[in-house]
Design a protein around this ligand. Sequence first.
Ligand code: KIV
Length: 300
Amino acid sequence: MKRITTLQIQARKDQDEQIVMLTAYDALSASLAEQAGIDFLLVGDSLGMVVLGYDSTVPVTIDDIIHHTKPVVASTNRAHVVADMPFGSYQSGWQDAMKNATRIMKETGASSVKLEGGTRIAETVEKLVQSGIPVMGHIGLTPQSVNTLGGHKIQGTTPRSAVKLISDAKSLEEAGAFSIVLETIPAALSHMITTRLSIPTIGIGAGPYCSGQVQVFHDILGLYKDFDPKHARKFVDAGQLLGDAINEYKTSVKNKSFPNSDESFFMEDRNIKLIQKMINNETSSDTIDNSSAINQSQEH
Ligand code: KIV
């Protein structure tokens, strides 16, 4: 089956169909998303926080992104997979960006890449698109700049910063970006941006007026405890469910109710007797048979 293209993503916006995007970092998250009908996946550098345990996305490397994009592509058939370009892989200029984006596309099979920034990186976006690499933009709260933004704070709340974001979005569209992530900005501003662009906007913490939404896999499933963004709805508390299940496993091992006879393998009684005969010269204390094994496990 062919993967979803940027043209098909554009068609969804044109037909007023909401675009649904989710992050994925491995075969499990990607296949769960695709089975649920989500065909627009982002291997976000958020993997640094939710998978690798860092306290920001800044330490994530090109090798990390490549390592995590490969299984996402390998375990999906239809999804358009966007690979994030990590901090330091494109900020120094379009030549480095080209080298790194080309490496990501060739080594992972990703369908496109995503870069953070507006007008400042428009030339880079233009060069990548001209060379055949589809680019998704990302403005508003750009987590790679968390150190200059002073934290994960709402952006575009003043008239001046809002106008700047509108002009950033325009620059990215003009440079050839096929879509733009709007992160943590007021809903009214994302409405202004979305209505001024022909390419789709994908919001995260940007209210309901975008062409679609993206969320972090771990946030919507309750799997990440260290950060609880206001915009993320927990559709299930899988962290609690999984924790309870692991605890039950631990208790079952300790009280010997796991494994039971259904979870064990047995050999024919005559083989047990033969083995006992063969080893009896070495030890005479080995008197286990199938029935005692079954009885033992059924006692619990
Ligand atoms: O890295 C990521 O997951 C992202 C989303 C928050 C859009 O960039």
